[in-house]
Write a protein that binds this ligand. Structure first.
Ligand code: AHR
Length: 510
């Protein structure tokens, strides 16, 4: 982790700048057991959209790329945040993607109907799996359930995972003797939506998933299967009735503000409880279908505070135009502030609190557009969200110990949310405990009483991400403006002071 003096000074300054101090407390939930969480919730997503793949992680002949054309700085950055899994190739892109055009020596460029661009198909299945192995993450392939067929999906499993049969032999002929062993597969992407190429009706969806799943599992019984779903019962109950016994996860997505990317900090904070509502609705639907209690898990396999900006997607009306220029807005550095970091920490906290059922989540996307890493000709910028992933994958312990947080509300005059969001993590032997806590207030520090966790007075090791203002961001030439800072919180009578607009990981006991 990079620490800059500037970061230290900024964090110190904002700790003093807290206007009035609010009071809050965190207490353990009596008799609640600690639960192990799945590190797959720290996963990511990459789509063939704009510069995410070409001109992003895949940049052949670039001085910063390796012999396979993969940007080495990107690989290194993703290793740094222990990226566990990356979903690919879409997204909306996948609903008319034909994987067979993207393998072997004769790549066939394809027009993509969702994004209205030609894809050269030089980054296909073999390149993707190779890239994942270099990153050290699991591949997770999302199949084409728009214009694709169930057999095309199971051929893909054969190509990746078998040693015999027509498609496995083609992989071997393409130079990949050993199977790729792709464990995670999903049937479709958002096939419930009118924006999606080859969208399906609710009546079509369950049987299509069932037949695809049968064939995919027929190719390899050890795969883990997901299917495009919604929190809503109207879509997901019929899906689960038809295909639930064949599925390991349901795939749901969440983006919480829309537009170019300039939604103000406080508006963003007002959205921090929406993922909880989405998860709760999905749990209710799973339970009603008889798959509650984790029998089918939730994969939040696309999520981000900010929806991608691409006016024109899904608009096929007469006279409609695709606004390519608008896509450039996704790359404006100043949009990715402490709002993004703190929303992301709250999102991950929500998944952690539901760790018995939320077993995967994929930040959308991993590079460029709204990603945690911005790639440019001369290097990369680690956006504020990157550092949240670093803190969670390096500083937290492996289990969640339920806690209750009492705090004031933060309001924008219309909506209200709790000013704090905290989770307590605990090591396997129960000794080491680390609290991850977000203070959403743009200008007030919070006095947090952690006495009930056993803290009295003294110095607690802490790492804090705060920036100098809620709107601080990293950029080319200012790469380390917002970085985590190692510090110490002085506990007095069991109370510590949390700086405004901050994420803190505090070692409560070791
Ligand atoms: O805006 C990006 C798109 O969002 C993804 O392609 C799709 O899955 C979701 O609707």
């Amino acid at each position: 982790m990079r620490m800059s003096m500037r970061g230290v000074v900024a964090a110190a300054a904002c700790m003093c700048a807290g206007v009035a101090l609010q009071a809050a407390s965190v207490t353990p939930v009596k008799d609640a057991k600690a639960l192990k969480y799945s590190p797959m919730i720290f996963g990511h997503f990459i789509e063939h959209f704009d510069t995410q793949v070409y001109g992003g992680l895949f940049w052949p002949k670039h001085p910063l790329s390796d012999e396979d054309g993969f940007r080495k700085d990107v690989i290194e950055a993703l290793r740094e945040i222990k990226c566990p899994i990356v979903r690919w190739p879409g997204g909306c892109y996948v609903s008319d993607y034909h994987w067979k055009c993207g393998v072997g020596p004769n790549r066939q460029p394809m027009w993509n109907k969702a994004w209205a661009v030609e894809d050269p198909n030089t980054f296909g299945t073999d390149e993707y799996v190779k890239w994942c192995r270099k990153v050290g993450c699991e591949p997770y392939i999302c199949t084409n359930a728009g214009t694709g067929t169930d057999e095309e999906m199971s051929d893909w499993v054969e190509y990746c995972n078998l040693s015999v049969g027509k498609w496995a032999r083609q992989r071997i002929a393409n130079g990949y003797e050993k199977p790729h062993d792709v464990i995670y597969w999903s049937v479709g992407n958002e096939n419930w939506g009118g924006h999606e190429i080859g969208a399906k009706t609710v009546e079509q969806w369950g049987p299509l998933v069932r037949e695809s799943a049968k064939m995919m599992r027929g190719a390899d019984r050890k795969i883990k299967l997901l299917a495009a779903a919604l929190p809503a019962e109207s879509w997901t109950l019929p899906l689960l009735k038809a295909a639930g016994r064949l599925l390991d996860y349901v795939s749901v997505h969440g983006y919480y503000v829309w537009g170019k990317g300039d939604t103000p900090y406080l508006e963003c904070m007002m959205r921090t409880e929406r993922p909880e509502a989405d998860i709760q609705r999905t749990i209710n639907t799973l339970t009603k279908a008889g798959f509650g209690g984790g029998r089918i898990a939730i994969a939040f396999d696309e999520w981000n505070l900010r929806g991608w900006y691409h006016p024109g997607l899904g608009n096929f009306k007469r006279g409609a135009v695709m606004d390519y220029e608008a896509r450039r807005q996704n790359d404006v550095a100043s949009y990715y502030t402490m709002a993004d970091a703190l929303f992301s920490a709250c999102f991950l906290n929500t998944c952690l609190r539901h760790c018995d059922i939320v077993k995967m989540a994929n930040f959308s996307p991993v590079v460029n557009t709204r990603g945690a890493v911005f790639v440019h000709d001369k290097g990369i910028v680690k956006r504020t969200t990157f550092h949240v992933f670093w803190m969670y994958t390096h500083l937290l312990e492996a289990n969640i110990s339920p806690v209750k947080v009492d705090c004031e509300a933060l309001t924008n005059g219309k909506a209200r949310v709790p000013v704090l969001d905290a989770v307590l993590t605990v090591s396997n032997d129960g000794r080491r405990r680390v609290l991850a806590v977000v203070n959403k207030s743009p200008d007030k520090s919070v006095s947090l009483d952690v006495g009930a966790l056993g803290v009295k007075s003294g110095s607690l090791k802490a790492t804090v991400l705060a920036g100098a203002s809620p709107n601080d961001f990293n950029d080319i030439g200012a790469e380390n403006r917002v970085v985590p800072v190692k510090t110490a919180y002085e506990a007095k009578d069991g109370k510590v002071e949390l700086p405004a607009h901050s994420l803190s990981c505090i070692v409560i006991a070791e």
